[in-house]
Ligand binder design. Structure first.
Ligand code: BGC
Length: 741
């Protein structure tokens, strides 16, 4: 195309008409100028050289390819200077179409927040939204436009390493959290300089991989897909999510990346999604490994036909799409649709007006050194800690204790607190982490003597450090033992068949308990672990997950009662891997288990309890709460009406604190079998000592509906049980009502 002609159109597209034309008209103007090669370029995403979250393809000509318009997006570009310099390369291309910078900002950018599963334990949507907001403020100042989050995969199997990235097992809780995270990332207005575009992943059903092996197949009924796995994606979309990522797994034999039912029929069809879908890392080319495509050419064909718009790292689109169009296998309209979706987001983000809009060294400095971000991370971390056990009110500890022994392999390390998706920004101090040791030091006064011994490693069988640990324990008033997983033991490709606490860490606990000293155990992990010895023998246990930059301070806040723990488990904790998958909202079966000792032809194990170690929704407080006065506004109503439910909660203990009041429903008889209970609402309420509050819930047709055999979301008349409790297994009040025609 003639240079002057191009320039004329560019001016027309980007500036003169900018005020008058809609973004989609602007997209069309640009599209008209593009060659097929440039169009395909927009669908091509490369990794920068720093980091890799998948197999790396060495490519020494990225600069040349960007200059010739063959790349639409880069991932893993860190820091405002680097994003700016890559953008500068794109500005040397013929059409100057800006690059989009994507990054896994999963639980914070510089300020690391608790891993998402831990945040989910807070059941605190405002706090979770704030955590995502802070991450967006920081990342966007570095020039990042797009985060590959939230991960909204429902996960019922703690062997799967990626449970750490999501909100756990429950669809209702997971959907609310998905929405909160999207709102946090995308901010008040899409395209604001302090916001990033969300990417909801992994579409879909990735969390149900057979045997919990990462990337494995999923075999699932449509009903389960719609009822359990899809709603968090829909909730994220309703919250405005601008992009989706597909997943590595096949579902019922069709890989998600080549899955037209998921991407075209459901997402872009039924749900009317106007954003774009990026493949997962290399997942287009992996269609060949799946045996779903004969070669890369066929893989590119399947993926584009099925609705995958952008190719992350596999180069299948770059190497094949032009040929597929020339061969008349792929209509150019399909490519145009994908390009349009991507360009639209670039316009909405404001990148055509100013491609460097987000990369700003000064703003970056301020954003990455903001005390309010640290405060938010500390508060989120404290809200994520689950008190699992507290015999004889051992916790909270007194600040007047004379000697505390802080023992374990996780007391002093910094990075172990950060979890799997932490980010190291070149040139930025990544030791911005408060270790557990430092947190304790910050908390106690000069009169408290703090002793430390590592005791053992996280892995391995050496007990050489036990003697020193026992020795300091004997000198102390109380022992705090910090044990658990290393931060790379849960995460992508970190599936485990054995999810017990590694090494000799529980042996160390045994040795310390033998001293007769009170021992508080901190369990650090990215997933529900199996730790029966600890659970049965330690007098006090805090499940501290991986809490991020402010881990040490937050743990100390909870240990000493400056924050009264209120978190509740977002996943069921099994007694043994033999129980997995185990989740609270199961069906009753025709022969329900009766007890752990009666196995006469019922649905139990003859060698194992069917009960979890800790149920979904469980978590203690330093205070106690009484539930009373469950009142229903009526006991019979139609689907057009709303039922009002009220309950009174009283703080009957000695500390102010919060309780997560949980409402479960059971539809007693249906045209399909339905769960024994399903979470349908909750409220987190703060109560001073002795205070009572009346909590109200509203039950409408939406809460009574399910996907019937025709996959229609609706309710059926009949009897329902309503259960209000402190966990899925601790139902305090119960009633029933009837839905009438
Ligand atoms: C993961 C995605 C991630 C991508 C880019 C993949 O391996 O599955 O969740 O966003 O890498 O880092």
């Amino acid at each position: 195309m003639h240079k002057i002609f191009v320039l004329f159109f560019l001016t027309f597209a980007f500036s003169v008409s900018a005020q008058k034309r809609t973004n989609s008209q602007k997209v069309d103007s640009v599209l008209k100028l593009m060659t097929l090669e440039e169009k395909v370029g927009q669908l091509n995403q490369y990794n920068d050289n720093n980091l890799a979250t998948g197999p790396v393809t060495i490519d020494n000509d990225k600069i040349g390819q960007i200059k010739s318009g063959q790349v639409g997006s880069l991932l893993n570009v860190l820091g405002s200077e680097r994003t700016r310099s890559w953008q500068n390369v794109a500005m040397q291309s013929r059409l100057k179409i800006p690059l989009l910078f994507g990054q896994d900002v999963v639980h914070g950018y510089k300020t690391t927040f608790p891993i998402p599963l831990a945040e989910a334990a807070s059941w605190d949507l405002d706090a979770i939204q704030l955590a995502a907001r802070v991450a967006a403020v920081e990342a966007s100042a570095s020039g990042i436009h797009w985060t590959f989050a939230p991960m909204v995969d429902i996960a019922r199997d703690p062997r799967w390493g990626r449970v750490m990235e999501g909100a756990g097992e429950d669809t209702y809780l997971g959907s609310l959290i998905a929405g909160a995270r999207v709102k946090g990332f995308q901010g008040a207005h899409f395209g604001d300089t302090n916001a990033v575009m969300a990417c909801v992943k992994h579409f879909a059903a990735y969390g149900a991989a057979v045997g919990a092996r990462d990337y494995n197949s999923v075999d699932m009924s449509d009903r389960q897909l719609w009822e359990i796995y899809l709603p968090p994606f829909k909730a994220a979309l309703d919250a405005g999510a601008a992009s989706f990522m597909n997943s590595f797994n096949d579902i019922n034999g069709v890989p998600a990346t080549g899955n037209s039912y998921l991407q075209r029929t459901i997402l872009k069809g039924k749900w009317g999604f106007k954003g774009f879908v990026v493949s997962d890392w290399g997942s287009i080319n992996e269609l060949v490994n799946h045996g779903f495509a004969k070669n890369d050419y066929e893989a590119a064909f399947s993926a584009i036909t099925a609705g995958s718009d952008m190719d992350m790292e596999s180069r299948s689109y770059k190497n094949n799409l032009e040929q597929l169009v020339k061969d008349k296998k792929v209509p150019v309209a399909l490519i145009d649709d994908a390009v349009r979706r991507i360009l639209l987001k670039k316009f909405e983000l404001g990148l055509f007006d100013n491609p460097y809009k987000f990369s700003n060294v000064e703003r970056e400095k301020l954003a990455l050194n903001n005390a309010s971000h640290t405060a938010a991370a500390r508060s989120m971390a404290a809200k994520s800690i689950v008190l699992l056990k507290n015999e004889n009110n051992l916790l909270p500890l007194s600040k007047q204790l004379k000697t505390i022994a802080f023992i374990g392999p996780l007391v002093k390390p910094l990075k172990q607190n950060k979890g799997f998706w932490d980010i190291e920004i070149p040139g930025v101090d990544s030791n911005f982490i408060v270790s557990q040791w430092e947190g304790l030091q910050n908390k106690v006064g000069a009169t408290t003597n703090l002793l430390f011994a590592q005791g053992c490693e996280i892995e391995g069988d050496s007990k050489a450090g036990f003697a020193e640990a026992i020795n300091i324990a004997l000198q102390a008033d109380v022992v705090i033992l910090s044990i658990g997983e290393r931060r790379d033991m849960s995460g992508e490709a970190k599936s485990k068949a054995n999810i017990t606490i590694p090494g000799v860490q529980e042996d160390l606990l045994k040795a310390l308990l033998a001293t007769g000293k009170p021992v508080v155990v901190l369990v650090n992990a990215g997933r529900p672990l199996v730790f029966n010895y600890t659970a049965d023998n330690a007098p006090a246990i805090l499940y501290t997950w991986w809490l991020g930059s402010e881990a040490g301070n937050a743990i100390a806040d909870v240990l000493f009662g400056d924050y009264n723990p209120a978190a509740k488990l977002p996943m069921t904790f099994p007694v043994s891997v033999g129980q997995i998958p185990i989740y609270y909202n199961h069906f009753n079966t025709g022969r329900p288990a009766v007890s752990d000792t009666n196995h006469i032809y019922n649905s139990s194990y003859i060698d194992l309890s069917i009960h979890p170690k800790f149920p979904f929704g469980f978590g203690l407080s330093y205070t106690s709460f009484e539930y009373s006065d469950l009142k229903l506004s009526k006991h019979q109503f139609t689907k057009k009406e709303t039922l009002e439910v009220s309950v009174t909660i009283t703080n009957t203990g000695k500390y102010a604190g919060e309780e997560v009041v949980q409402l479960y429903l059971r539809d007693k008889v249906g045209s399909l079998v339905l769960p024994v209970k399903s979470l349908k609402d909750f409220k987190k309420v703060f109560l001073n000592v002795g205070e009572s509050k009346k909590i109200k819930f509203l039950i409408n047709n939406e809460k009574l509906s399910f996907y019937n055999a025709k996959l229609v979301w609706d309710s059926e008349p009949g009897d329902f049980d309503i259960m209000i409790g402190a966990s899925s297994a601790d139902i305090r009040l119960k009633d029933s009502f009837e839905l009438i025609k």
